[in-house]
Write a protein of this length. Structure first.
Length: 142
């Protein structure tokens, strides 16, 4: 049986057979049950569960990545307007987490490239790495 992130099967003898969507996006918890009998069978209930899960992921601003969740929300302290890009000490720094304990980073000198080009290079590096790590980018074209 194929695995579906945040969806699991509940089958108890003598009880209702169903798919359960369970997703926690602090502080909100989402839990919904899709019973086989209500949705016309196991496959139909699974389809509805996947549609619901995908709707919640879009609503919460998440990207579905194998083995983890990636938030699309920018911190209020972010001054560059792009997740994973910051400015300090004459550089634009770009970084991305490849896994929970592994981070890649690059820096682009403002004195070497100028303000605009250093920023654009940092954003393009971040965008390219999002494509590699997540399979999609959340950054709009410059």
């Amino acid at each position: 049986m194929e695995k579906h992130k945040y969806i699991h099967r509940k089958e108890e003898p003598g009880a209702n057979f169903c798919w359960v969507v369970q997703l926690e996006c602090t502080p909100t918890k989402h839990l919904k049950i899709f019973s086989d009998s209500r949705y016309g069978g196991k496959e139909s209930a699974l389809e509805k569960a996947i549609q619901y899960r995908d709707k919640i992921i879009r609503k919460e601003g998440l990207i579905l990545v194998e083995n983890r969740r990636v938030h699309n929300n920018r911190k209020s302290t972010n001054t560059t307007g792009v997740n994973g890009v910051s400015k300090s000490s004459g550089f634009y720094h770009a970084y991305i987490h490849e896994s929970p304990y592994k981070r890649k980073a690059a820096k682009f000198s403002i004195s070497k490239y100028g303000e605009d080009l250093a920023y654009k290079r940092a954003v393009m590096w971040r965008k390219g790495m999002e494509l590699v790590v997540y399979g999609q980018s959340r950054i709009a074209d410059l």
